[in-house]
Every structure is written in C-alpha cells, then in structure tokens.
Design a protein around this ligand. Structure first.
Ligand SMILES: NC(=O)c1ccc[n+]([C@@H]2O[C@H](COP(=O)([O-])OP(=O)(O)OC[C@H]3O[C@@H](n4cnc5c(N)ncnc54)[C@H](OP(=O)(O)O)[C@@H]3O)[C@@H](O)[C@H]2O)c1
Length: 368
C-alpha cells in the first residue's frame, strides 16, 4: 500500500477545539447581530445547532450521516435521494425525514448546510442550487463536471458569504502538511510523477466506468490531482492520452489507461498515469516529487527524502486534526462574523480545470 493510500484509509484523530463558543461571543461583541437586525435567522441558529440536509443515499451519504449524527452541535434533519428505496431506508435508520426531490430539501428554511453525495455529474448543479438558496455546502469531490459551474459556485460562496467545502481531505491531513513544508524547502519543481494500477472497477462499475456520469478517470481520480495543485498551483497546459476497452455508445467501458501531463504555470512538469480493470493481482501506486534540491518518494507506507547527501524519512507529526465534517461546522460558525475562507475551494476549482481540460485534449495538448 502506498503512503498516500495508507493515509486515506487511516482513521483521523477526532480531538479538535470547536470554535462555536468563540464565534458566538465574537459575533455578539462585534455588534453584527444589532446591525443586521433579526433578518438572518440562520446565523442566530448556527450559534446553537447547525441543521443539515444530505442529498444522496449511497456509501458517502451513509458515512456523512454517521459522522454528523455523532456530533452534538449538528443535526441531520432530512435526506433527499432519487432512489426512494435506499433513501427511505437510510432516513428511517437514522430517524430523519426522507424527501424524494432534492430541490425541496435545498429550499427548506430550517436547513443551514447541504451535504452533496450524489454522482459526479450532478455536483455542480446541486451546489449551485444550494448556494443560491443561501445554504452552506459540503460537496463530495469533484467540485463540478463543468468549469463554469465550479467558477460560479466559488463566486456565489464569496458573494453570499457561504462556506463551500469540497471533500478533499488534505485540509486535515498531517501528511499533506508535512509534504508541503518539505517541498517548500527543496527548491523548484522539476517533475512530479504519480502512477496507480488497479485490478478493481469500483463498487458500482456501471457508474464509475461511465464517461457521462463520472467523467474521465482523471476526473473521478481528482483526489490525486488536488494535493499536487495545492503544492504547485495551476497548470498552463494539459496533454492526455486515453484508451478505453469495451467502450459502449453510452460511454461505459471495461478497462482503461489514462495519462495526463501538465506544465505548471510556475514551472515544472506533472504526470499522472492511471490504469483500471487491468490484469494485476493487487493495486500498485507510487508518487515522486523531483525538486532542484532533492527528491521525495513514497516507499510502502512511508515517505522519504533523498538528496546527494543521503536518504532521510519524512517526519509526519501526530498532532490531532479535526474531521472534515468538524472543520466544515466550525467554518459555518465562523462565517457568522467573517467571510469564509475559500482557498481550498479555489484549489478544487483549479484541479477540475485540469481534469476537465483532459477531456478536450484528446491525444493532444490544450492551453489553459
Ligand atoms: N470522500 C471520499 O473519500 C469519497 C469516497 C468515495 C466516493 N466519493 C465521492 O462521493 C460521491 C458519491 O459516491 P458514493 O460512493 O456514495 O456513490 P453511490 O453509493 O452510488 O451513491 C450515490 C447516491 O446518490 C444518488 N444520486 C445520484 N445522482 C443523483 C441525482 N442527480 N439526484 C439525486 N440523487 C442522486 C444515487 O441514487 P441511485 O441509487 O439511484 O443511483 C445514490 O443514492 C461521488 O461523487 C464520489 O466521487 C468520495
């Protein structure tokens, strides 16, 4: 198992200083409650409990429901899904209301934040609808399957002072922070290279290996692009090659190889290779950062740094981090008295610029 893969599956420590009380005090001290009168009831309610609606009733919806249900400061009030069977079962198991149409959930006055766990093709539409209804948004990656939708979502969040968090875990990852710091010490990027080979086709291959629904592998594997964009910024150009075996007229396929090469605006080259549904016993993955003063590689479940002077393991601190759900709740509370920070959403947007450009760059190059 690679170092990044190991961390994605590790439990994240839950201890985290909730900022709700501080936010409420600062909100009262700032006089904002008087200045805004009583119109913004969602702000006043957020000082006590944050009401959440979840859209989708699959694996990630269940995961978020369990996480939020265990928090004292959040309450899941409703679940919406087009799948009435799994939706009503999940809602009944957690004693929350089931709503068949997601738009009705988004428009409800008693909901502060919407968690979007549907397939990739609807993330943009649902996020935009929720932000237009003045909800805070937590959307599963990728942010959107259309760059214009992603841009509009970030813009709406800015204008309406709503939190927009995409589910990329790097914001709460000690490993990511340690890598970012080390990369900052080792000069300029020459090359970053990532390879993942897997026999698997996902729990629902008809959805995952499906171009109209999930996008290209570069798009549904966006979580391998995001950390690198967070390290090195956006791309100036994107080039890709793709092979889909068994491709049907509906865009479903059996096996793929997908490569992506970018030139970063700040210099350096990024390369990703993914192959799925291939003849291999177990998944393999490796990742390298070649910088002017040294190289960082993953080896098994550890990272190490090699320079002409020798090889040293990368030290990863063990400091407690919030869960992404806790982070989102604290950001919602903080949004009562300050504009939300949208830096991570901007990285998510920059990442889909790359993954979606790869769809247009059919065996050629596209300038961004
Ligand atoms: N953060 C992570 O670690 C992580 C891990 C895995 C996946 N993900 C992301 O999470 C998302 C969901 O994945 P999943 O594994 O939970 O998928 P899933 O098990 O297939 O569940 C998706 C759910 O959303 C419903 N749905 C899909 N499109 C919809 C629409 N337009 N309107 C209303 N409901 C809709 C589906 O209904 P049907 O049953 O009718 O299809 C299903 O209930 C994906 O975008 C994926 O990229 C994130």
């Amino acid at each position: 198992m690679s170092a990044r893969h190991a961390e994605r599956h590790a439990a994240i420590p839950r201890r985290y200083e909730e900022s709700g009380a501080r936010a409420a005090k600062q909100f009262a001290d700032s006089g904002a409650a008087t200045a805004k009168g009583t119109a913004d009831t969602s702000i006043l309610r957020s000082m006590t409990n944050i009401n959440i609606g979840i859209i989708g009733s699959g694996g990630m919806a269940r995961h978020h429901l369990e996480r939020f249900s265990s928090m004292e400061t959040a309450e899941v009030v409703a679940i919406a899904s087009r799948n009435e069977q799994t939706g009503s079962q999940l809602a009944a198991a957690h004693k929350v209301e089931f709503i068949p149409e997601w738009l009705r959930l988004v428009e409800r006055d008693d909901i502060d934040g919407v968690v979007i766990c549907t397939h990739n093709d609807s993330h943009g539409e649902l996020s935009l609808a929720a932000l237009r209804a003045d909800k805070h948004v937590f959307v599963e990656y990728p942010l959107a399957s259309d760059v214009g939708d992603g841009e509009e979502a970030v813009q709406l969040a800015k204008i309406r002072h709503r939190v927009l968090r995409v589910s990329h875990p790097e914001a709460v990852s000690n490993t990511h922070k340690a890598l970012k710091q080390k990369i900052g010490e080792l000069g300029d990027l020459l090359l970053t290279s990532f390879v993942r080979l897997t026999p698997g086709r996902g729990a629902r291959p008809e959805i995952l290996f499906n171009l109209p629904v999930s996008g290209t592998p570069a798009h549904f594997f966006i979580y391998y692009i995001y950390p690198i964009v967070d390290f090195f910024g956006g791309a100036a150009s994107v080039k890709r090659s793709a092979v889909y075996e068994g491709l049907t007229e509906h865009g479903q396929y059996d096996r793929f190889v997908n490569t992506l090469t970018v030139e970063f605006k700040r210099g350096g080259i990024g390369q990703w290779t993914w192959a799925g549904g291939i003849a291999i016993n177990a998944a393999e993955e490796h990742e390298r950062y070649v910088l002017t003063e040294g190289t960082i590689s993953d080896a098994g479940d550890r990272w190490h740094c090699t320079t002409p002077a020798g090889v040293t393991p990368l030290s990863i601190p063990d400091s407690p981090q919030p869960t992404l759900q806790e982070l989102w709740l604290s950001e919602i509370r903080d949004a009562a008295h300050q504009p939300p920070c949208l830096e991570d959403a901007e990285v998510a947007l920059e990442s889909i610029r790359i993954s979606l450009a790869s769809e247009q760059a059919v065996n050629g190059r596209i300038q961004l």
